[in-house]
Every structure is written in structure tokens, then in C-alpha cells.
Design a protein around this ligand. Structure first.
Ligand SMILES: Nc1ncnc2c1ncn2[C@@H]1O[C@H](COP(=O)(O)OP(=O)(O)OP(=O)(O)O)[C@@H](O)[C@H]1O
Ligand SMILES: [Mg+2]
Length: 248
């Protein structure tokens, strides 16, 4: 287990978080009074039916969105009221995000898409390209470096998105359906990669419909209708008490 770098605070903590979308007269509560703690080196899967709030939750954990009500703490610091720019800086330093929709830049090649976050971090070109090529090759994409996203299959695009999320060596990896478009063999490679990253001390939260991947994680959080319905965890049995609050 790596040394705690953040003073022992949970890496992420959601306290009584609500996310409400207003659609005309109607209010949609994507998250309801949601409480969750993620500790350093946790490996957590989030499962639940379509529309239950999984992506909304992951966006909250990835500082892409802020709650309508409630608080989000990262390393003990309240980030709920931080500006979009400040959240982006924090995210760039710490978080690798694999989106459910890939968000690749259509005019850039696979290699350039993966190298992009390193450019923002000010890493020089040869190092960027070397690192991007290495991680793409590790995911079986070594012969597709110069392809544009439109010239790749869905599963290949997913691997580019995955490479881009991991290339900055983030402490925290958040992935939304990372194997959704992959065949079972490539899916297994992704699972192996997560295992490796977890063993190296990283914190991983993965949204998935794949039972195999969900079971692979140490913690499984099952969400229904914006609330935690069940939380099982090998390493943090004390957490299961806290979820009772969510079972309204
Ligand atoms: N920008 C938005 N405006 C209004 N409603 C939204 C918005 N984003 C999400 N929702 C609603 O919030 C609820 C939760 O959506 P979310 O995307 O988190 O679900 P999910 O669990 O990720 O589903 P899936 O498994 O299909 O990806 C859904 O009912 C959805 O329609
Ligand atoms: Mg989703």
C-alpha cells in the first residue's frame, strides 16, 4: 500500500449531494442525498440501470460538474464552489477521465489525441509522442497511431480515449463504461490494465454494465434512481453502515 499522500483524508467525499435538472416544470433528481467516500487506492465499481445517475456521479467525482446541493471534497478540500477553471486545473493534475462518449478531437490522429493532455502540461514534443505511442501500443493500437478518429472502429476509439486518460499518469482514474465497445479479449486487456494501475497505488472508479469487471473491483456500489441501494466492499466494511442513510 503506498504511503498516504493526502493526510489520510478520503481522496473524494460526497456529502448529501443532490443533482437536480430542471426541464420546464419537471425536476429530475439525477442524484439524491448522495453520500460516498473514496479512499486512496480504492478500486470501486459503480453499477445500476440506465438513467440511474452513474455518469452524473462520475462527472461529480471528476470535478466536471458541481452539485445542486451538498458538498464535494477532494483531499479534504471543498471543491463544490470552485470555478470551472480551477476545477479544470485540479483535474488536469490528478484525474484521468475515460468518458462514456469518447470526446476525441476529430481532426487529430490517435497519437495526437493521446499526446494532447501532455501538451497542456507543457511536456516537449518528442517525449509526448513517445509516451503516447507507448500507451497506445500497450493497448494494441501500435499500427493505428496515424489514423483519425473517423478512421477507427468504436472499440479502437475507446482505446484511444483510454490511452489519453492514462498518459499523464493520474492518481485517480475515472472510467465510464470503458469496455462498452470492446470485444471480450480487448476488454480483458483493459481489466488487466486497471489491475496493474491499482497495484501501483492508483485509485480507480469504474462505471460498468459488465458484471465481470464490477466483481473485479474491491468495492461495488449499486445505484438505483440516484441513490445507493447497495454497497459491498472487501476493504471497507465500515462504509456499509454509512449507506443505510441513503436507503430511504
Ligand atoms: N443535462 C441533463 N439535463 C437533464 N437531464 C439530465 C441531464 N443529464 C442527465 N439527465 C438525466 O439524469 C438521469 C441520470 O442520467 P445519467 O446519465 O447519470 O444516467 P446513467 O446511469 O449514466 O445511465 P446510462 O447507463 O444509460 O449511461 C437520467 O434520467 C437523465 O435523463
Ligand atoms: Mg451513463
Amino acid at each position: 500500500m503506498p504511503k498516504k499522500k493526502n493526510g489520510g483524508f478520503p481522496v473524494l467525499e460526497l456529502t448529501d449531494v443532490w443533482k437536480t435538472y430542471e426541464m420546464g416544470e419537471e425536476k429530475i433528481h439525477a442524484l439524491r442525498e448522495f453520500n460516498l467516500q473514496i479512499a486512496q487506492n480504492d478500486y470501486m465499481s459503480i453499477v445500476g440501470p440506465s438513467g440511474s445517475g452513474k455518469s452524473t456521479l462520475l462527472h461529480m467525482l471528476g470535478l466536471l460538474d458541481v452539485p445542486t446541493q451538498g458538498k464535494v471534497h477532494m483531499d479534504g478540500k471543498n471543491v463544490s464552489h470552485m470555478s470551472t477553471d480551477d476545477r479544470a486545473i485540479l483535474r488536469g493534475k490528478k484525474i484521468g477521465f475515460v468518458f462514456q462518449v469518447f470526446n476525441l478531437v476529430p481532426s487529430l490522429t490517435a497519437l495526437e489525441n493521446v499526446a494532447l493532455p501532455m501538451m497542456i502540461q507543457g511536456i516537449d514534443r518528442s517525449e509526448r509522442e513517445e509516451k503516447a505511442a507507448k500507451i497506445l501500443s500497450d493497448l494494441g493500437m501500435g499500427d493505428r497511431l496515424d489514423h483519425l478518429p473517423g478512421e477507427l472502429s468504436g472499440g479502437q476509439r475507446q482505446r484511444v480515449a483510454m490511452s489519453r486518460a492514462l498518459v499523464n499518469d493520474p492518481e485517480l482514474i475515472l472510467a465510464d463504461e470503458p469496455t462498452g465497445n470492446l470485444d471480450s479479449k480487448t476488454g480483458e486487456e483493459v481489466v488487466k490494465l486497471f489491475d496493474k494501475l491499482h497495484k501501483e497505488g492508483r485509485t480507480i472508479v469504474v462505471v460498468t454494465h459488465d458484471n465481470g469487471i464490477a466483481k473485479h473491483a474491491d468495492e461495488q456500489v449499486y445505484i438505483v434512481d440516484g441513490m445507493i441501494q447497495n454497497w459491498t466492499g472487501k476493504s471497507h466494511p465500515e462504509y456499509t453502515r454509512k449507506i443505510k442513510k441513503n436507503n430511504v
